[in-house]
Write a protein that binds this ligand. Structure first.
Ligand code: GDP
Length: 305
């Protein structure tokens, strides 16, 4: 975790440092506030949250009078944390939620997103976390669109100790998802993770397919979590994707990948605002251990240093 934090802070601290430098200026004139705005927009915080934050900062700086560096750091820490939402439920719900008597049905997590964002990798990493936590996991390779996806997922499964249910290439994703949950029930597995296909150019196709996967899985029992995987390096494009997916399926959490490769951590704020759904996990590299729960406090600390 320390290693991850270090990496996060290396990639993110330009935003925090930039803001602190600006706020430390002797005269906070309009030009400076515009620079504050630009800094936030460049970090992908998004227009509405940026305006809100700048307004709050202006007010609070005015009230503060003299500004010591520590005051400013604290003020910025508080305001960024408020914007990120320190109290949102960021638990990844891997239980079926049925309660008494529902033990025979595993919790189901669907992983959705555009191809290339890191869906399969995230599914594998999540399986590893769950297995390390003592849970038995079945993987459903329902991304039958990308040829190598099922092999890639199976490799992850073998690595972490989870069986992979797959079908023929180009097969019906919903039937594979159904079979994966059936297998999970037969094995009395704790969790079934379903990797799905994501291609945006045929929105109705995607809508039909994802909706169908979910409906078919729900014949066995409820889906506990639908995680949308977004690539942090794609900026505003990621927001467009988020909107499309949210239209076709109820997203319950966001995984922001490749946060190690960008200083644009502000996308966390923008995407939560866009979807009204919390960022629950962050991807900080390609390795098996590079998936971490998103912790707002640690994130803001890394931002501000
Ligand atoms: P999918 O098409 O959405 O299933 O995407 P993949 O899981 O195949 O990932 C696409 C590429 O992104 C692969 O090269 C992954 O190793 C890489 N990747 C995934 N997550 C991360 C991350 O958090 N950080 C970095 N740097 N690379 C990642």
């Amino acid at each position: 975790l320390v290693r991850l934090r270090a990496r996060l802070s290396r990639s993110q601290n330009t935003l925090g440092k930039g803001l602190l430098n600006l706020l430390s200026r002797e005269h906070l004139d309009e030009d400076t506030w515009e620079e504050v705005e630009d800094t936030l927009l460049t970090a992908d915080v998004g227009v509405a949250p940026t305006q809100e934050l700048v307004e709050r900062l202006r007010e609070r700086v005015k009230v503060l009078g003299t500004r010591t560096p520590d005051d400013l750091r604290e003020l910025l820490r508080e305001e960024l944390l408020t914007l990120i939402g320190p109290d949102l439920d960021r638990t990844v719900h891997t239980a079926n939620g049925i309660g008494n008597g529902g033990d025979e049905i595993p919790g189901v997590v669907m992983v959705v997103g555009v191809n290339g964002t890191g869906k399969t990798t995230t599914t594998g990493k999540l399986a590893r976390v769950l297995v390390a936590d003592g849970k038995s996991v079945v993987l459903g390779a329902a991304d039958t669109f990308r040829a190598a996806a099922a092999d890639q997922l199976q490799t992850w499964g073998e690595r972490v100790g989870a069986r992979t249910v797959r079908g023929p290439e180009g097969g019906d994703p919903a039937s594979i998802a159904f079979d994966a949950v059936k297998e999970g029930i037969a094995e009395a597995a704790d969790v079934v993770l379903i990797d799905t296909a994501g291609r945006l150019h045929t929105k109705t196709g995607l809508m039909d397919e994802l909706g169908k996967v979910k409906r078919v899985v729900e014949k066995h029992g409820p889906v506990g979590e639908v995680l949308l995987v977004l690539d942090a390096t794609t900026g505003q494009n990621g927001l467009v994707q988020a909107r499309v997916f949210a239209e076709v399926v109820d997203i319950t959490g966001v995984v922001l990948t490749k946060l190690d490769g960008t200083a644009k951590g502000g996308i966390i704020i923008a995407v939560q605002r866009e979807l009204g759904v919390p960022v629950k996990l962050v991807g900080l590299g390609e390795g098996a251990d590079d998936l971490a729960p998103f912790e707002p406090k640690a994130f803001v600390d890394a931002l501000i240093g």
